[in-house]
Design a protein around this ligand. Structure first.
Ligand SMILES: *Cc1c(COP(=O)(O)O)cnc(C)c1O
Ligand code: SF4
Length: 436
């Protein structure tokens, strides 16, 4: 087990005079003593605010609640908290009350493509399923700030069952992404029930869990939890580290247990001004992640949710970071940089431009160092002409069947068997729907 540090002893003791190591590593004790008000925060962190500051902090907490585990609080740099990337992610700041003209309540329109409570069905073959409103840490940059910390904590089984029933009767869905809130804050028996129900669905190939628990409350990753989750493979887990300082011995231990449990691990970071908007910090972070068997999956452009304008960087910052990673380090340490499309169009990947020019037969490319080269395309290539009819294909299809997932969007325009000349979005989202 990770070393019980002096700072942690102090925090434990100021919470409960007799508390020590046994309490500290008990995740339920941590949750029970999560810090939800500024007076307790000042007492435990040793950080003190001016009187006027306190008034604004109170006001901010009223709108967007505060919640920090004693563990995460013990990681804060109280001597230099104003520049501390962990403090900025966890503690409210007055700019959250500033509503920018670009801000929206539900920029990703998750409430619109919503066939059952908490379920967003946007891409044909997979769904996002919000199964918990609870989080161990209320991230100040949370996209779902409007929901997290709201009243009805853990949705009842009968409510969640409506989403499960929708997945049951929708055979295109082969992948469900459990999110929230944090699904790993559901009680063990609830998770067991939910995963049992999902695993029974024959067309559901994989289950994914999105969680910030390894960052905010690593002690929740108990042997018992891992043993429950293991019953439902293939189960993929995506976590949310934003800064190298979050990779503590405690977090590393939690990730080790998950990796040993056989869950492929990924990480989704959010690009945040004043926190990780630096190529060197991101490079350090992705290197730490892969050392702990976590593959960087997405780097998100901070979206347009209300109260996040002070966290947003220009999109170009993400491209600059990718220029520092692609080619300069192992390919699998490079996340995909994405903008989650405002208005709910899905994620849009952005990468630096490597294609400099093109003529019939020749592609001019540049590499990560700026070297330019020519790739000669084959002169003799003939694509399979099949009309997307897999039954008559000369390739061995291995069970692939175009009818199952017909070409859509740009992929459809590229099809050799179709004369379509243009694609038009079928759904127009009125602005007033996005704004409130
Ligand atoms: C992000 C997201 C998914 C999953 O997308 P992947 O790119 O497959 O990780 C699914 N549904 C919704 C609504 C999403 O926002
Ligand atoms: S853990 Fe996720 S859902 Fe919860 S507050 Fe943080 S970003 Fe939001």
């Amino acid at each position: 087990m990770a070393l019980f540090k002096e700072k942690q002893k102090q925090v434990a003791r100021s919470i409960e005079p007799g508390a020590g190591e046994a309490q500290w590593y008990d995740w339920e004790w941590q949750l029970k003593h999560s810090v939800r008000d500024n007076i307790t925060f000042e007492k435990l962190s040793g950080i003190h605010f001016e009187e006027e500051e306190k008034a604004v902090i109170e006001k901010t907490i009223k709108k967007f609640p505060l919640c920090i585990t004693p563990y995460y609080l013990s990681l804060l740099d109280s001597a230099n908290y104003r520049d501390d990337p962990l403090f900025k992610q966890a503690f409210p700041s007055p700019p959250e009350l500033v509503i920018d003209s670009a801000d929206m309540m539900d920029p990703l329109q998750e409430d619109l493509d919503c066939p059952a409570p908490g379920l967003t069905h946007r891409y044909p073959d997979r769904v996002l399923f919000l199964v918990s409103n609870a989080c161990a840490l209320y991230c100040r940059h949370c996209t779902r700030k409007r929901k997290v910390g709201a009243e009805n904590y853990i949705p009842s089984r009968s409510l969640v069952a409506k989403g499960i029933e929708y997945i049951e009767k929708t055979p295109q869905i082969r992948d469900v992404l459990l999110s929230g809130g944090d699904p790993l804050l559901l009680p063990d028996d609830y998770l067991d029930w939910l995963l049992t129900r999902l695993r029974r669905i024959p067309h559901l190939e994989i289950i994914r869990i999105g969680t910030r628990i390894p960052v905010a409350l690593p002690f929740r990753i108990t042997d018992n939890l891992v043993n429950i989750l293991k019953k439902y493979h293939p189960l993929w887990i995506n976590t949310h580290f934003n800064h190298p300082r979050e990779m503590t011995p405690e977090a590393a231990e939690a990730l080790g247990k998950l990796a040993d449990g056989g869950f492929p691990l990924g990480n989704q970071s959010v690009l945040l001004a004043g926190i990780n908007d630096c190529p060197h910090i991101m490079r350090k972070l992705v290197h730490l992640l892969v050392q702990h068997r976590v593959r960087p999956y997405y780097l998100y452009q901070c979206d347009l949710s209300e109260g996040l304008s002070h966290f947003r960087t220009p999109v170009s910052k993400g491209i600059e970071i990718l220029e520092h990673l692609i080619g300069h380090t192992s390919g699998f340490t490079v996340p995909t940089f994405v903008v989650d499309n405002p208005g709910g169009g899905g994620k849009i990947p952005l990468i630096p431009n490597y294609l400099l020019s093109w003529s019939p037969g020749k592609v001019v490319l540049r590499n990560y160092l700026g070297g330019v080269s020519v790739y000669k395309e084959p002169g003799s290539y003939r694509p399979p002409k099949c009309g997307d009819n897999c039954n008559q294909c000369r390739l061995e299809t291995g069970g692939a069947n175009a009818d199952e997932y017909p070409r859509e969007g740009i992929a459809h325009l590229l099809s050799g068997s179709d004369n379509t000349l243009a694609a038009r979005p079928t759904k127009i989202v009125p602005l007033e729907k996005i704004k409130n």
